[in-house]
Design a protein. Structure first.
Length: 154
């Protein structure tokens, strides 16, 4: 159930604006409380703040862990990469057209070949009792030709 809840939080984090202000206020409040405890213990304020940050594990590391926990980093990375690619395509439209046409031709050719192969190799013929069909004609079957060649070579 925890994994479902974590996934739900991450999906909501993608759809809503990040609440960095709330998190930063909470983090600063925590650092201030731990710093105040250090000052009460007799430390100077800069030293107490440094120890509070060390005890916490670093403010930036905590922010990064929060971002990773509330969002899906793979989807964010993908969206950044797509935006970067689109900016590059806008700068060099000839390359963009060449890349798009190459991908379109490649995908179209692959789809055509695989649809033909699927129809020929993997699906049965649209006839009743297609396993009983025979070929009638003047050409012998391949098996007989191969057997005939083997017999004439020996």
């Amino acid at each position: 159930m925890r994994k479902v809840r974590a996934l739900w939080i991450r999906l909501c984090g993608l759809l809503t604006a990040p609440r960095a202000d709330d998190f930063n206020a909470e983090l600063n409040s925590h650092i201030a409380i731990v710093t105040a405890e250090g000052v009460r213990a007799g430390l100077a304020e800069p030293e107490a703040r440094r120890r509070a940050l060390v005890q916490l594990g670093g403010a930036e590391q905590i922010r990064q862990a929060y971002r990773e926990r509330t969002t899906l980093p793979a989807i964010e990375s993908l969206s950044r990469n797509v935006r970067y690619a689109l900016r590059g395509f806008r700068r060099n439209p000839v390359f963009a057209i060449t890349a798009i046409l190459t991908l379109a031709i490649g995908l179209g050719a692959t789809t055509a070949v695989l649809s033909v192969i699927d129809r020929i190799l993997f699906r049965s013929l649209p006839y009743a009792h297609d396993d009983r069909l025979v070929s009638v004609g003047l050409v012998q079957s391949l098996e007989r030709r191969v057997a005939h060649r083997i017999n004439t070579q020996t």
